[in-house]
Ligand binder design. Structure first.
Ligand SMILES: [Zn+2]
Length: 367
C-alpha cells in the first residue's frame, strides 16, 4: 500500500469557509467537504468540486457547520441542483436543522430552512446518519467519535446541547420576517422555488453581480453570535496526522469539550493543524484554547472582506501562545494578513507564513 496522505485545501471562499479534505492512499482517495462558502464564491468553489474524476464523485461526508451565509449558501446552491447534477455524491451530510434545535431543548434562519427542505427531499437518509438522524452534538456518541471509511476518525468538540439550543431564538426571529414557520419545509421549499438565485436554470452562471438587493440584504446584518456557537467542529485524525477544524465555534464550547476529553494545559491535545475559528476573529480565540491545543500549523480561511478578518490580536495570540514554532496558512493575500509576511521574514521571527502565489487564491496544506 502506498503512503497514506491527508491534505486540506482551503478553497477561495471569499470571507467564508469551504474546506476540501482528501485522505487515503494513492490507490483510493477519500474526501470530506466542510461548508460551501457564500454564494458569490460559488463559481470558484464549485469549479474545484467539478474537477473530480468522472465516475468518482464519492465524498464520505459533507458538513454544513452552521447556518451563517458565508458557510451555508454554496451548499444550498449545490443541493438546489437536481440530485443527478450534484458535482459530489456525499454518503452522509451533517447539518443541524430546526428539528435538531427543537430536539436540543433543536437552528437560525431562512437558508437553514432551505437547506433542510433540500436535504429532506433529496438525501433524507444521509442526514446526520451517524447520529441516527438526530442532532450532531457532543454528548451523543461514545467518545463523541465517528469513524469514516479507511479509519478517518472524527471527534466532535462543538456544538453542545446548550449552544445548539441558543440558536432557537435567532432562527425564529429570522424566519418571522420571511413568514415561514420553523420546520415548515414545504413553505421553505415554496420560497426556495421563487428564489432562483439558488437554482439558475440550466446555466450555472451565478456571479456576485447577479445578486438581487433582497439577497444582498440577506447576506448581512444577522447577529451571528449564537449561530457561530452552534458550529459543528471536530478533530479529524488519519494515519497519524490530525487537524482540529473549528468552523466558527465558540472557544468556550470547544474548551469545555477538550477538558471533558481529558486535555489540560499540562497534557494538551497535540495536532498537526488547527483551523482557526471564525476566520481568525479575536472573539473566537482564548488563551485557554491555546493552552489546550498544541498545533504546528494554523489555518486561516478568509479574504478579509466584510469583517477585516483575521484580527491582528488573534494572530498575535497564536504566535505568542504556540508551543511550537507555528506556520500560518492563508488562502488569500489580503490587506488584513499580508503584513505577517514581512514580520515572519525578520531575523529571529518565531513563526513562518504561507500564502497563495501572487494573483492566486486558495491553498493546499499537506499534513
Ligand atoms: Zn464564518
Amino acid at each position: 500500500m502506498s503512503k497514506p496522505f491527508f491534505r486540506i485545501e482551503m478553497l477561495p471562499a471569499k470571507h467564508g469557509d469551504a474546506l476540501w479534505i482528501e485522505y487515503g492512499t494513492e490507490e483510493l482517495t477519500r474526501r470530506i467537504l466542510i461548508d460551501g462558502g457564500p454564494i458569490n464564491a460559488w463559481p470558484e468553489v464549485s469549479a474545484r468540486l467539478e474537477r473530480l474524476p468522472a465516475g468518482d464523485l464519492g465524498v464520505e461526508l459533507a458538513v454544513i457547520s452552521h447556518v451563517d451565509t458565508d458557510h451555508i449558501e454554496g451548499l444550498v446552491r449545490l443541493m438546489a441542483e437536481p440530485f443527478q447534477r450534484w458535482p459530489i455524491d456525499p454518503a452522509e451530510i451533517w447539518f443541524n436543522g430546526w428539528r435538531h434545535i427543537d430536539e436540543a431543548t433543536d437552528l437560525g434562519g431562512r437558508e437553514g430552512e432551505f437547506l433542510s427542505a433540500l436535504i429532506h427531499r433529496r438525501a433524507f437518509e444521509r442526514w446526520n446518519a451517524s447520529f441516527d438522524g438526530k442532532a450532531v452534538c457532543t454528548g451523543k456518541l461514545p467518545g463523541d467519535a465517528v469513524e469514516l471509511a479507511d479509519g478517518m476518525r472524527l471527534t466532535l468538540v462543538s456544538p453542545n446541547a446548550q449552544s445548539l439550543a441558543k440558536l432557537r431564538k435567532d432562527w425564529e426571529k429570522n424566519l418571522d420576517k420571511w413568514q415561514i414557520d420553523p420546520g415548515d419545509l414545504d413553505a421553505a421549499w415554496a420560497q426556495l422555488v421563487e428564489e432562483n438565485k439558488f437554482h439558475p436554470d440550466a446555466e450555472l452562471t451565478l456571479g456576485p453581480d447577479d445578486l438581487s438587493d433582497t439577497l444582498r440584504s440577506l447576506l448581512k446584518g444577522q447577529d451571528s453570535g449564537d449561530a457561530n456557537g452552534s458550529s459543528i467542529a471536530f478533530l479529524a485524525e488519519f494515519a497519524g496526522k490530525s487537524c482540529l477544524f473549528l468552523a466558527d465555534a465558540h472557544a468556550k464550547v470547544v474548551c469545555e469539550s477538550l477538558r471533558d476529553q481529558g486535555y489540560t494545559k499540562a497534557k494538551p491535545l497535540k495536532v498537526d493543524a488547527l483551523k482557526l475559528a471564525h476566520h481568525g476573529s479575536k472573539n473566537n480565540i482564548t488563551p485557554e484554547l491555546l493552552e489546550l491545543v498544541n498545533a504546528r500549523h494554523y489555518l486561516v480561511s478568509t479574504n478579509g472582506d466584510k469583517f477585516g478578518h483575521p484580527n491582528r490580536e488573534a494572530i498575535e495570540a497564536v504566535i505568542q501562545g504556540s508551543r511550537r514554532k507555528p506556520t500560518l496558512w492563508f488562502n488569500y493575500r489580503s490587506d488584513h494578513n499580508i503584513a505577517w509576511k514581512a514580520e515572519s521574514l525578520k531575523p529571529g521571527a518565531a513563526f513562518s507564513t504561507r500564502y497563495p502565489a501572487k494573483g492566486r487564491s486558495g491553498i493546499v496544506v499537506k499534513l
